[in-house]
Design a protein around this ligand. Structure first.
Ligand SMILES: Nc1ncnc2c1ncn2[C@@H]1O[C@H](COP(=O)(O)OP(=O)(O)OP(=O)(O)O)[C@@H](O)[C@H]1O
Length: 259
C-alpha cells in the first residue's frame, strides 16, 4: 500500500480540518482529489507528503507509519509540486537549479555538489515537460505555465515512488492547461511512473489515464473509488453543494450547473 490512512483526524485549535478520514492508495493507481474550497485537500496532501501528522488515527506513507519513521529518508521518495513550494523558490534561481536542488530536498542552490548524472537527469526532465530550452533562464522570468512544468520536473528529480501535485493547472490558459494535461497523461499511462495524486477543483483538469477519485467535503470522504463510479452527477452535486450535470468525453470530464 502506497498510502494507508485510517481514521485520520487533524485539528488546529478548535477547527477539525480532516475528520476520521480513511483512504487507501495502491501501487499503479492515479488518483484525483476533488472538493470545494476549504474541504481539506491541501491538508491531506501535507499528510501524504509526510509534512504533517494526524492528530489522531494512523497514516502510513510508502509502508512507513508517520511518527515511527525517519522523515529525511522518507521525503526524497515523495515528489511534490505545490504553490507553497513554488513560493519558496527564489525568482533569481536558475531553472536547471530549481530541478537539481530537489536531489537534496532543498530550494535554492548553496554549496552542494552535483554529479554529471544529476545534471543530465534534470535536463532530460525539463525536456520531457517541454521547457528544456529554458534551463538557463531564471525561475522569475518564466510564465505561469512554464513554472508549473519546471516544478513537476523538479518533483520527479529524485525518481519518487509517489508524486503529489496540488492544483498543477491552476492559473494556466486553455492551451497551457491542455499541454500540461497531455504531459500528465503520458506520465499517468507509463507503468514506470510513480503513483500519482493530483488535487484540483475542476473535473476538466483530470488528465486522461487517471484511474481513481476521492471526493472531499468538510474534511470527510464524500466518495472514493474508480473514476467512473465516483464522478457521477449525484456524488459531485453532493460534494460541491449544487445541482451539477456531469459529462464524460472518453477519458476526459466536464461539469456544469444544471439549468
Ligand atoms: N493552521 C490552521 N489553523 C486553522 N485552520 C486551518 C489551518 N490550516 C488550514 N485550516 C483550515 O482548514 C480548512 C482546509 O484547508 P485546506 O487548505 O486543506 O483546504 P483545501 O481543500 O485545500 O482548500 P482550497 O481548495 O481553498 O485550496 C480550511 O477551512 C482552512 O481555513
Amino acid at each position: 500500500m502506497v498510502l494507508d490512512l485510517q481514521d485520520v483526524t487533524l485539528r488546529r485549535g478548535t477547527t477539525t480540518i480532516l475528520d476520521a478520514l480513511s483512504w487507501h492508495v495502491a501501487e499503479g493507481e492515479r488518483w484525483v482529489v476533488l472538493g470545494p474550497n476549504g474541504a481539506g485537500k491541501t491538508t491531506l496532501l501535507q499528510i501524504a507528503s509526510a509534512r504533517m501528522h494526524p492528530t489522531s488515527g494512523t497514516a502510513a506513507v510508502l509502508g512507513s507509519r508517520l511518527g515511527t519513521v525517519d522523515l529525511f529518508e522518507l521525503r526524497p521518495r515523495i515528489g511534490v509540486a505545490s504553490a507553497a513550494l513554488a513560493d519558496r523558490i527564489l525568482p533569481s534561481e536558475r531553472v536547471l537549479d530549481v530541478v537539481l536542488t530537489a536531489a537534496y530536498g532543498m530550494t535554492g542552490r548553496w554549496r552542494e555538489r552535483y554529479e554529471a548524472l544529476d545534471h543530465e537527469r534534470a535536463r532530460v526532465l525539463l525536456d520531457v515537460f517541454g521547457v528544456g530550452g529554458l534551463a538557463e533562464r531564471t525561475f522569475g522570468t518564466l510564465s505561469e505555465g512554464e513554472r508549473k512544468r519546471a516544478q513537476i520536473a523538479r518533483a520527479l528529480m529524485t525518481d519518487p515512488e509517489l508524486l503529489l501535485l496540488d492544483e498543477p493547472a491552476a492559473g494556466l490558459d486553455l492551451g497551457g492547461r491542455e499541454e500540461l494535461l497531455g504531459a500528465l497523461t503520458e506520465l499517468a499511462r507509463d507503468p514506470r511512473s510513480p503513483v500519482m495524486v493530483l488535487v484540483t477543483h475542476h473535473v476538466e483538469e483530470i488528465p486522461a489515464g487517471f484511474t481513481h477519485a476521492l471526493l472531499l467535503r468538510g474534511g470527510r470522504v464524500a466518495a472514493a473509488g474508480p473514476l467512473a463510479e465516483v464522478l457521477t452527477a449525484e456524488q459531485l452535486s453532493a460534494t460541491f453543494g449544487l445541482d451539477l450535470e456531469v459529462v464524460r468525453h472518453g477519458e476526459r470530464w466536464s461539469a456544469r450547473a444544471r439549468s
